[in-house]
Design a protein around this ligand. Sequence first.
Ligand SMILES: *Cc1c(COP(=O)(O)O)cnc(C)c1O
Length: 461
Amino acid sequence: MHYRSTRGETRGIAFKDAVMMGLAADGGLLLPETIPAFSAEELAQLVDMPYADLAYAVMSRFATDIPASDLKDLIDRSYATFDHPEVTPVVHHDGVHVLELFHGPTLAFKDVALQFLGNLFEYLLKQSGRRMNILGATSGDTGSAAIYGVRGKDNINIFILHPHKRVSPIQELQMTTVTDANVYNLAIRGTFDDGQRIVKEIFGDAAFKSEHSLGAVNSINWARILAQIVYYFYAWARVRKPGREKVAFAVPTGNFGDIFAGYMAKRMGLPVDRLILATNENNILSRFVEEGVYASSDVHETWSPSMDIQVASNFERYLFYLCGEDCDRVVQAMAEFRRSGRLSFTGAERETIRSDFRSRAVSNSETLEQITQFYRQADYILDPHTAVGVKAGRDLAAPEMPLVCLSTAHPAKFGDAVQKAIGIDPPRPASLEGIEEQEQRMEVIEADTETIKAYLASKAI
Ligand SMILES: *Cc1c(COP(=O)(O)O)cnc(C)c1O
């Protein structure tokens, strides 16, 4: 299996190189050159498989340059850190199948991808005798999942910038209580936007980047999408009934990574009825699906902050297929979007989009109402991101069709919203017990690119 860029210049890339590359050299995103298909017989074989075996069955189609025993070992180690034997269990409440993706070390679905990516980086670096310094900025959530993905790994240091005192206390603690020697938490005296700008400027310095082997763990890495394809198959296997194979999925969406994994699963032959793209009030993607216009606007703060984005970094992957795999059109469209902040689509393209997805934007008050209603009906606490998905899913799934709602975070991570909706604090899972008392390590630092470069240079592996 080889990989190519959505922009056409980079192609014929092995899986291992696609993982290490992240973004393609031509600025595009990497995709497999062909999409492997599962026949009905092959799908039937997945039905009773444990998570790790199913993950191997799916991932081995894409990671053809990693020996079977190595890939199995990477998968086993990545999911042994989850606190549930099923890794991503499906629970049924109030007519909805909730796919719990929050059993990893930081209680959010990003662990499913980042636990795997951390092990994969370590494995590939060891083979090539190289090192990597991961640099990223976080507004709260991704940072801790990335840190847990690579803590204690060989030949990797990680530097995560977060805005000092502007992330929630739990989010800060989840990052700063990781005291492994290869983890550097930098609390910048500034905002998340400052952090993003600094990271962008540092990556823009090609000499500095190559001198220190800088790497990223953002959601555009193909290995993250790959790890996420697995749980669509897993949930399908738990929910489908013989003779009634189709299942709908509702996906709380921000950067389009998670739902793109569902789109790939469908193209691989998984019997997916509808992919329901749920957004909060930041509705660029709902407008894209329902109106055929992709136009950015200002970011609003909502109860589901991990979905407060305007420009979706994985959108270009879908655009590639929407444009009939025509790279020149992708290049033109992305340039047009950079220029005008807006893209519109033809009637035929709009039809394709609407046959691939349905979408709904869910307001702040609807989000809280959904938490309240679900708690009353089912005695089950949804986190606000999951509530957005449940609301959109219930509105848009065909009646009688089994509906799987992806639950992207544990409610204890977003206790304020839950408290506001139902007046109680969600019970804390074991991994948060006593976190306030644990040793913390972070460096408070000026939000200044040169200062942070100097720090990085002094600590880089
Ligand atoms: C990142 C995140 C999302 C959005 O996922 P994308 O892949 O960016 O669409 C949804 N919910 C939670 C809790 C997240 O952390």
